[in-house]
Design a protein around this ligand. Sequence first.
Ligand SMILES: N[C@@H](CCC(=O)N[C@@H](CS)C(=O)NCC(=O)O)C(=O)O
Length: 220
Amino acid sequence: MGKPVLHFWGGYKMKMHTLHYILAYHGLQGEVDVVGDIPAPAPFGDGVAWAAYAPKGPTGSLPCMVTAGGAILGESMAIVRYVCRHLKLDTALSDEDFAQSEYLLETTNEVYLALNKAHYSPGGRTEAMDALFKPGGMVHKLLASLDARVGPAGWLGPQGVPTPGDLALCAALHILAGLQPDVLDAHPKVKARYDAVHAIESIAHVNRTYPALYHKRTSD
Ligand SMILES: N[C@@H](CCC(=O)N[C@@H](CS)C(=O)NCC(=O)O)C(=O)O
């Protein structure tokens, strides 16, 4: 069996940023080959290069992964979960930690979906992003709930270890902070965990490798 191969296009900080954080935190970047991940801003969706690009996922979108066994896998969070299982990153977790990790993976996906919706809001991006980031809005409600629940070590699960979900969330927080630099200020425990993760050189390297935000905070 070969290594899993990740195919993406454009190199933006999108959902695959979560996978890069998980791999980098554990020093496992070499366990997944990354292909087609050319520097942003590469157009997608309407270019000749996009049309010609192969492989794509089952519904013709990217990212996709060719698994170690040669299957084509679509959907970012399925790719994250597959790689975590393949690299046995969640097998040592207790059921309770696994549950919290799954919660955070789904929560991370919800953050990306909310950002996508606001980014493309027909009523205006600035207004939609304002609603997302306002006090009591989706982002601060989530951060307040996490701040109340993280353990002494800064991770969500009872074992106090960095689960895939904890690390994926850090990637989503990085995007939120890129759009709204003060977003974590009212959430000290989450901010402390965020700062500690971002002081790690391999994580900083991920962000040097993929510097471009896909989402914008205001209308063009
Ligand atoms: N639900 C998918 C969405 C993937 C997605 O929207 N990919 C975009 C590029 S970032 C795409 O392929 N758009 C073109 C298309 O779907 O034809 C995921 O989470 O991976």
